[in-house]
Design a protein around this ligand. Structure first.
Ligand code: NAG
Ligand code: NAG
Ligand code: NAG
Ligand code: NAG
Ligand code: NAG
Ligand code: NAG
Ligand code: NAG
Ligand code: NAG
Length: 672
């Protein structure tokens, strides 16, 4: 039993080996049945293709196309496809197509396919697919196979969810011509997610052919989002002997926009003008930094980011001109005799306006150069002139200077010409420069003239004007050596090599004297005046207090000469006063009061108020204090003793009053 078992298993093993050897050695895996088709309905070429799984490299195929008795053979094909022209084929009737593979010693035949060749169309795989966003709608454009609408199948899925199943749409693609005269199909996939990158693939087929086959699938296209912002570019500039190296760096684009790759397109206005170096290709970079070489004249560099979905707005980097601080006047012969690239920037009050630039490239022919210079360069206009050459494919500025095609005299006078701070012998002048457009040439200097005008002089007499040349860079001037108290006409005019422009004039009148003396005199006058007043007051005081005025003559005069004078009443009162002098011994209060009243009347100018204050005033004059006065008032209400003492004080007071008025001076002296 065991032997039999063994024998069976051995037999089986041998059989297995035999069969294996047979299958690998003598038989082959059959190729797929061939597809024969045209690329579009108008094509005259037919394509037949098939596939076969094999590890062998040396396989040949025979293609058979049969129609009833006629059989067409295409032998010894080394590829898995064959192009056949329509003449070799039966197109309008159904044909049987098969392929036979020869692999080593074995051969195998594919299944037979029956088709009408004329009706069979298979488009090529969609090519040159471009995408663009319109908000949430994605528009897909690819090269069209023919001038007919096509059916299209689009698969799409968001980039961040690669495991998600494809979204699918079957749609009709419209055809149209692009601006570059390319025939394209277009479909729009609507309502996709905003700001989301997608993966997309497409296939298409004819809507015309009776037997239209789907094309192969396009490769998966990475659809980035739109680039919303222009690149953020930083610039550093290094100066290298006439050349400027501009290093630009920028931030990478956000991931969603960078899917599928971003390239940056750099361009500059200098090379696009071809002055001085011509660039044939745009400068495309995938890095985030680039070096550019520019000349010393103004240049704009633009950086545009591009991805599969489109372009960013350009980032414009303006690199201003770099003229030296001290620009010289151009040497006309050098400007004339050069074949380098030349630029003239029209200057308007120091600012160059790039729209008014005349550029001659190195390519401009000699006769055209002269013509352009003659026609385009204007007379009397100041230009900033540059000359560049292209040195080792880098622009280099060789000359920078200020240029006039033709100079003229200024057509405008200096602005805002005024005189100020005039003194007896000098005055300050100030003005603003003549506007650049009106200078019409290089100002060599200003001509400043001053002319003295005497009031009586006729204009013809005024021949002597004093002129001198002052620097063209000045805007103020100190004019000296003038005669005090005179009138001058001062004029100022700009002068170029060609001549003198219109004059600005100002009239100055110098001060009659040096102001220092005037002020001093005035000051002294005031001081003197003040001192005089002060002295007068002091003297009056002294006079009143120490050297009283002649009282005796008053009395003497009074009695003999002036009986009818105003003092008539006063005369009578004097007598009463003399009576009063007797009373103090009698110590009569009433008399005292009476006397006081009398005194008041005697002055002749008293009012009721004055009477009340009389005592106060008097006591003050006599040096008594306010307190003593108050006590005097209270005397009548107090004791008798106090009254007596007070009476004495009152008496003294009266005496003083008398003294003060001087009228009774004699009486007083008698009393003492
Ligand atoms: C080749 O093999 C693959 C799998 O290995 C199969 O899917 C395909 O159909 C085969 N092709 C042919 C022509 O047999
Ligand atoms: C399509 O793209 C290829 C390269 O991918 C290019 O050579 C060809 O010119 C493009 N064709 C059209 C019509 O744009
Ligand atoms: C997107 O497509 C839909 C359907 O065609 C349309 O109604 C809509 O206006 C489109 N949106 C934009 C922004 O074009
Ligand atoms: C495509 O257009 C054909 C007619 O030209 C129409 O019958 C068909 O329904 C359309 N297909 C789609 C998916 O719109
Ligand atoms: C700068 O350029 C001038 C003119 O091209 C040349 O003569 C000079 O040698 C250069 N100097 C340097 C330092 O390269
Ligand atoms: C640079 O760009 C600015 C702004 O667009 C423009 O005014 C200027 O003329 C440009 N300069 C040059 C040299 O092109
Ligand atoms: C002033 O300039 C004129 C030329 O405009 C010249 O003839 C004259 O000699 C100059 N005068 C002085 C004082 O330098
Ligand atoms: C002086 O200037 C005044 C005003 O600018 C002018 O009217 C007058 O004629 C001038 N005199 C002379 C002598 O130039």
């Amino acid at each position: 039993m065991e032997t039999l078992k063994c024998c069976i298993s051995l037999y089986g093993y041998v059989m297995f080996l035999f069969l294996t050897t047979l299958s690998t050695g003598s038989a082959c895996e059959a190729p797929s049945s061939p597809q024969c088709f045209r690329k579009n309905v108008a094509a005259t070429e037919y394509m037949c293709e098939w596939s076969m799984n094999t590890t062998e490299s040396d396989v040949t195929f025979d293609l058979y196309i049969e129609c009833f008795h006629s059989k067409k053979k295409f032998r010894g094909i080394k590829k898995t496809w064959l192009e056949i022209t329509e003449e070799e084929l039966i197109k309008s009737r159904p044909v049987n197509i098969s392929v036979e593979a020869h692999e080593g010693s074995s051969s195998c035949t594919s299944p037979i396919r029956t088709v009408v060749l004329q009706h069979t169309v298979k488009y090529e795989v969609p090519q040159n697919i471009s995408v663009s966003w319109s908000t949430n709608n994605l528009s897909l454009i690819w090269n069209a196979a023919e001038k007919h609408p096509a059916a299209a199948e689009v698969w799409f899925r968001p980039d961040e969810r690669p495991t998600e199943s494809w979204g699918r749409i079957l749609t009709n693609a419209t055809y149209r011509y692009t601006t570059y005269k390319t025939l394209v199909y277009q479909v729009t996939v609507v309502n996709l997610l905003k700001h989301t990158p997608y993966h997309v693939r497409i296939r298409h087929r004819s809507t015309q052919a009776l037997n239209s086959l789907w094309s192969n699938w396009s490769p998966v296209v990475m659809v980035p989002t739109e680039i919303e912002h222009e690149p953020e570019v930083n610039m550093t500039t290094t100066h290298l002997n006439g050349t400027r190296k501009v290093t630009l760096t920028w931030k990478p684009m956000p991931h969603a926009a960078a899917i599928g790759g971003v390239t940056y397109i750099l361009n500059d206005t200098q090379s696009s003008h071809g002055c001085p170096c011509v660039k044939k290709h745009l400068h495309n970079v995938t890095k985030h930094t680039a070096d550019m070489y520019v000349s010393y004249s103004a240049v704009n560099i633009s950086v545009i980011a591009r991805n599969a979905a489109g372009y960013s707005r350009p980032a414009i980097i303006q690199v201003p001109a770099k003229p030296p601080a001290d620009l010289k006047t151009c040497d006309q012969t050098l400007v004339k005799n050069t074949k380098n690239c030349q630029e003239w920037y029209e200057l308007q009050d120091g600012e160059s306006r790039p729209e008014n630039v005349i550029t001659l490239t190195a390519k401009t022919e000699e006769k055209h150069r002269e013509e352009i210079k003659n026609i385009q360069l204007k007379d009397y206009i100041r230009y900033l002139y540059f000359e560049h050459k292209c040195e080792a494919r880098k622009p280099q500025t060789v000359t920078m200077c200020l240029f006039y095609k033709k100079e003229g005299a200024p057509c405008e006078k200096p602005q805002d010409f005024i005189a100020f701070s005039e003194t007896g012998s000098s005055a300050n002048l100030s003005w603003r420069a003549i506007p650049l457009v009106n200078q019409r040439g290089f100002l060599t200097h200003y001509r400043l003239c001053s002319m003295k005008i005497n009031p009586g002089d006729e204009p013809k007499d005024l021949v002597s004007s004093d002129c001198h040349n002052i620097s063209a860079t000045l805007t103020k001037y100190h004019l000296g050596n003038l005669t005090p108290g005179s009138k001058y006409n001062v004029s100022l005019a700009g002068v170029t090599r060609v001549g003198e422009g219109p004059e600005a004039t100002v009239t100055i009148i110098t001060l009659p004297e040096t102001p220092v003396n005037v002020w001093l005199s005035l000051g002294l006058l005031i001081v003197f005046f003040l001192i005089t007043i002060l002295c007068a007051i002091i003297l009056k005081r002294i006079k009143t207090n120490i050297l009283p005025p002649v009282p005796t003559p008053v009395i003497l005069d009074f009695e003999p000469y002036q009986p009818e004078s105003q003092m008539v009443e006063g005369k009578e009162e004097v007598h009463e006063l003399m009576l009063l002098r007797q009373h103090p011994e009698g110590k009569s209060v009433s008399v005292d009061a009476e006397g006081t009243t009398v005194l008041q009347e005697e002055w002749g100018d008293g009012t009721a108020e004055d009477v009340e204050n009389e005592r106060g005033d008097s006591s003050m004059s006599g040096g008594s204090s306010d307190e003593s006065l108050d006590s005097t008032d209270e005397v009548p209400k107090s004791s008798r003793e106090e009254e007596i003492i007070d009476l004495e004080a009152v008496e003294n007071e009266i005496a003083m009053l008398i003294y003060r008025n001087g009228l009774v001076f004699d009486l007083k002296t008698d009393m003492t």
